[in-house]
Design a protein around this ligand. Sequence first.
Ligand code: SF4
Length: 394
Amino acid sequence: MTAPAPAEAAPSAGTRAVDESIGLGLYVHVPFCDAICTYCNFTRGLFDAALVRRYVEVVIKEIATAPTARAADTIYFGGGTPSVLEPEDVKRILVACRSSRAVGADAEITMEANPESATAARLNGYRDAGVTRLSLGVQSFRDAELATLGRLHTSRGARDAVDRARQAGFDDLSLDLMMWLPGQTIDAWLESVDALIAMEPDHASIYLLDVYPNAPLRDEMARVGSTQAPDDVAAEMYLAALDRLDEAGFQQYEISNVARPNHRSRHNMKYWTDGSWVGFGPGAHSTLRADRWSNIPDTAAYVARLEAGQDPTQARQRRSAADQASEAMFMGLRLAGGVEVAGVEKRHAIDVRARFGAALRPFIDGGQLVDDGNRLRLTRAGMLLANEVMAVFV
Ligand code: SF4
């Protein structure tokens, strides 16, 4: 392949002080699933053993020819469903990562998994391969809701997968839940939240269901006449869940994420703190200082390009300092601790308050945003209006 060419030795125009000692994140996209969920809008396709074999070979090739050899301290297998991969394949991909650059002995190595494919043999194998963190896509602890979403597992299956993960030695375990499901009441939602708390994960993510225009779930909702709750009820669901997670000892550190002490997702923190990461696999995005690029999302085309020795990149962009500053601000505002304004100003040579202060003032006066002179942060009520606040920077 022709490697993307963000200059490592010569910083790009518009790039300022970046601490190269901060590790790079590596992202590996695994675009295969055992079934397609009714709401899914990700880069994925049905499991195809022959294509998986070819994918593993070319993703290793892509990693080996990455455009930077900067040291990494996190690796993240996302999908799709990474747990459809056999441990031997995961091991080979991790060896390729470690061969291409320094990867610290204490690196966080996360794998997303679905309960039905997270068998004991695979979980043990992933641990042996070096995976340190597991993120299980539970979505709901109610079987009827799981069926509506087209998930293959049941509530019992999710609980059993958590047990298997713990038995395999995963002591950094995250569970995902999805709220605002069609017909879901506040009580039904909180039933899942309580079930999650009872499983005692180290980290949890709560996402709002987004029913995109052509989703099969939208047709099904029309057929059975179900709807998502009004916005004010969704807000109540969100706040009530966070209250329960607070009480259970979790700390909210991002709009959708809570963790026990020392269990934040180090990899995802890179997205929210102006970090750099390189993505591999179909549809994977990369950001290296001012440079951003993404791979072609079609898996067969991605594989064919790499097999032919061609570049799998589809789009490439060099961001201006102003664009980098804006993004650093609105991504940083996702964090409960907010964004350190002086850091953004230093990295991107911008006066944040002079540029955005007037537009932010109504949110500060309205109690959605706090400016303590050092950091700008959303209040929890402000998180409900996050998109409106972040629009100031777009
Ligand atoms: S498991 Fe995830 S990526 Fe796969 S179809 Fe379902 S939502 Fe999409």
